[in-house]
Design a protein around this ligand. Structure first.
Ligand code: KDO
Length: 329
């Protein structure tokens, strides 16, 4: 054991004092926020998700994974619950797989428009559904993310006026019971295909059509492999921009407020862009040679609502909730 001379002890003390006073060489690593979404990086929403990441970058290392590349469609919620991602754009249909009451929020012709969705989620009804997600899933829902109102898009040129005209049509729907019911409610034969495989399924004729909003169909170029859009307006499309409660609960109230404000600001930009683009897309698709027209929407609405009320899913709807949502102005 080398004897410590007075000089060497003094030298060690000076060195450690210098080290302690130096600026932190290894800054505290910021917590990572991995975010998964099925939307592709070309989608209007991508820009808003990235803008959110920019807005929180002083506290978090936000990393977005688009196109379902990290987690396939329908597996995002379980991935969050397992701690494999911290944030996701969850479909209410996927949430309803674990919280049956949520299926009311996925029913055809329920929400009138994007504003009705936002007002519902911002008010007492939304608070009840967010509490279910928090208590039962460990998910904090920041805001609904409107991405357009769903329209029927078909490979055939057969004129569609009422649900009866959809009989026998293999209508692609995302996988999951709530989505399959939506396809049935439109009078079609719902066929589950993941979003990432949808263009190929249309091109090959594996399915006869699909039902995304016009902006999504534009982004994914579905008009290249289909012939018509039937403006059924059957579902105001939205997902839920969500964060794990593990992350959310670690924030102070002021940090939660800033995080929430960043989400609201960035998603509001996406909503405005979708509303504007939906108006432009009718002329765009007509110019591409597709038929774009309105069917007998009242006939679709009446038939769909009847099917939902008679469905097994409706048994899980909280009493009086339909009326409360309709009453939101
Ligand atoms: C779809 O697969 O049709 C769907 O519209 C389902 C939505 O919940 C959402 O996942 C959406 O795809 C993606 O955001 C792509 O637009």
């Amino acid at each position: 054991m080398r004897s410590f001379t007075r000089r060497s002890v003094l030298a060690a003390g000076a060195a450690s004092a210098a080290l302690l006073s130096a600026p932190a060489v290894f800054a505290q690593a910021k917590p990572k926020l991995r975010f998964t979404t099925v939307a592709t990086e070309q989608d209007i929403r991508a820009e808003s998700f990235k803008a959110f990441g920019e807005a929180v970058k002083d506290r978090y290392d936000f990393e977005a994974f688009f196109g379902g590349n990290l987690f396939k469609q329908g597996t995002e919620l379980v991935a969050m619950q397992r701690g494999n991602v911290e944030m996701a754009n969850l479909s209410p249909q996927d949430i309803s797989k674990q919280i049956p009451a949520w299926s009311i929020l996925t029913s055809a012709y329920l929400f009138r428009d994007a504003d009705h969705v936002k007002k519902t989620f911002d008010g007492p009804v939304g608070a009840e559904f967010k509490k279910m997600a928090r208590d039962q899933l460990g998910v904090h829902i920041l805001t609904p993310v409107y991405f357009g109102t769903r329209q029927v898009n078909l490979r055939s040129t057969k004129k569609i006026n009422t649900p009866a005209d959809m009989a026998g049509t293999k209508l692609r729907m995302p996988p999951g019971e709530a989505w399959q019911l939506l396809g049935e409610a439109m009078g079609a034969n719902p066929t589950p295909v993941a979003f990432a495989e949808l263009y190929t399924a249309l091109q090959s004729g594996a399915v006869d059509g699909q039902d995304n909003p016009l902006p999504t169909s534009r982004t994914m170029k579905f008009h290249e492999v289909t012939k018509q859009f039937v403006l059924t307006n059957h579902l105001v499309g939205y997902d839920c921009f969500s964060v794990s409660t593990k992350i959310w609960d670690a924030m102070s109230p002021a940090q939660q407020q800033a995080f929430q404000a960043a989400a609201d600001r960035s998603i509001a930009v996406s909503t405005a862009k979708h509303l504007a683009q939906e108006k432009e897309m009718v002329d765009f698709f007509k110019a591409q040679g597709l038929e774009v027209y309105s069917p007998n929407v009242a006939a679709f609405r009446e038939s769909a609502q009847k099917k939902y009320l008679a469905s097994a899913l409706a048994k899980d709807w909280p009493k009086g909730m339909l009326e409360r949502i309709n009453a939101v102005q």
